[in-house]
Design a protein around this ligand. Structure first.
Ligand code: NAD
Length: 348
């Protein structure tokens, strides 16, 4: 509480995958939460369970536009900036808007924090390391990013957003924290977002061919959403004084082909694996060095891969059924078909 009122936190991108979990966690901590979202990639169903909570509000607006009066008036204690499409097909659909969201949107939110004297947390990304030559990636590694490739609108946008945030911090204009988030998965990911876990799980559940980009030997480190949110809350806490950006992710490295095998085993799916060429500028290896997060935040991921995948698969089963109920697909003859839905092997 501050001056007899609940502390107020603005969560930009609060209707998205990570943002909606962050809203849940902040409300559970007793905060007043104002979700600012354009619903570009976020979904109303991610936050509909919060609709009756008197401490939760939503303002629909694009962060590239001037700050709505309702948000400026809120005089938040903290601003979390998660607003940005995060999956390649979504952020590449309108690259100019992605870049502006990162730069102009971050500027609007930094100004909001400056005016209110609020803490500001920027959701940055492991993509600022590009296709890294240093392994695992430490925060002082400067990255290997193509400034002109199809991923640049996001990678360079996020780098510029960090630049802006630290310029505000150096000038004493805002108390800034930057989380470099590595691949995170869990309930509320969108089946159509083109990220590896959502692709593989939704294809396995539907009994469709599983697309494996490249030979599957490229690695990723997958962090379960609850762990990531715990890290964001710690990094955003009043008592923390980060020296710079902080990696948040799971240091356990896994080949993408091994992830596919785990999902097939857990779903019992008969899906076949089909190889496709690796997308342009796709990083070969990704693994965070989280020594700084461990020391500074006393944080590390706690959820093992199988537990996280089971929770994710169970959620996707429900979500795909729900979507099916709303929008039944038509086959070539225009006849609506029910999808093949497989169960979660051994989990229930
Ligand atoms: P998401 O697409 O589910 O959520 C992004 C949210 O931001 C959505 O609700 C979307 O509607 C909103 N948004 C996008 N552009 C906006 C704009 N211009 N104005 C207002 N709202 C806008 O993605 P996510 O996975 O939840 O990612 C959240 C943040 O975390 C992003 O900034 C992303 O870059 C970062 N991040 C995520 C991951 C991950 O693995 N999920 C990894 C690294 C970084």
């Amino acid at each position: 509480m501050r001056n007899g009122r609940h502390k107020t936190v603005v969560v930009a991108g609060g209707a998205g995958f990570l943002g909606s979990h962050l809203c849940d966690a902040l409300l559970a901590e007793g905060m007043q939460v104002l979700c600012l979202d354009s619903f570009l990639t976020g979904r109303r169903q991610n936050i509909q369970h919060l609709a009756r909570d008197p401490r939760f509000d939503v303002v629909e607006s694009d962060v590239c536009d001037p700050m709505p009066a309702a948000v400026a008036r809120a005089r938040p204690d903290a601003v979390f900036n998660l607003a940005c499409a995060a999956s390649p097909p979504h952020y590449q659909a309108n690259p100019e808007h992605t870049l502006l969201t990162c730069v102009l949107g971050t500027r609007h939110l930094l100004r909001l924090a400056e005016d209110a004297g609020a803490r500001f947390l920027q959701a940055s990304t492991s993509e600022v390391y590009g296709d890294p030559e240093m392994h695992p990636q430490r925060e002082d590694y400067r990255g290997c990013v193509s400034p002109t490739g199809p991923r640049a609108c996001y990678d360079e946008g996020k780098r510029a957003a960090e630049t802006l945030a630290f310029d505000y911090a150096r000038a004493g204009r805002a108390d800034v924290r930057v989380a470099r988030i590595f691949n995170t998965y869990g309930p509320r990911m969108r089946a159509d977002d083109g990220r590896v876990v959502s692709n593989v799980v939704s294809q396995a559940l539907a009994g469709e061919d599983i697309t494996l980009y490249g030979d599957g030997r490229q690695t990723r480190s997958f962090c379960y959403v609850d762990d990531l949110i715990a890290g964001l809350l710690r990094l955003g806490a009043e008592d923390v004084r980060p020296p710079g950006p902080v990696n948040l992710g799971n240091p356990e490295e896994l080949r993408v082909a091994a992830l596919v095998q785990r999902v097939l085993a857990l779903t019992g799916s008969p899906s076949k694996v089909v190889q496709r060429p690796l997308p342009v500028d796709d990083p070969q290896r990704r693994r965070p060095d989280i020594a700084l997060a461990r020391a500074l935040l006393d944080w590390q991921p706690r959820t093992d891969l199988d537990s996280g995948l089971r929770a994710t698969i169970a959620w996707f089963e429900r979500d795909l059924c729900w979507q099916q109920a709303v929008r039944p697909p038509a086959n070539d003859d225009g006849v609506q078909e029910a999808p093949l839905m497989l169960g979660l092997r051994g989990a229930r």
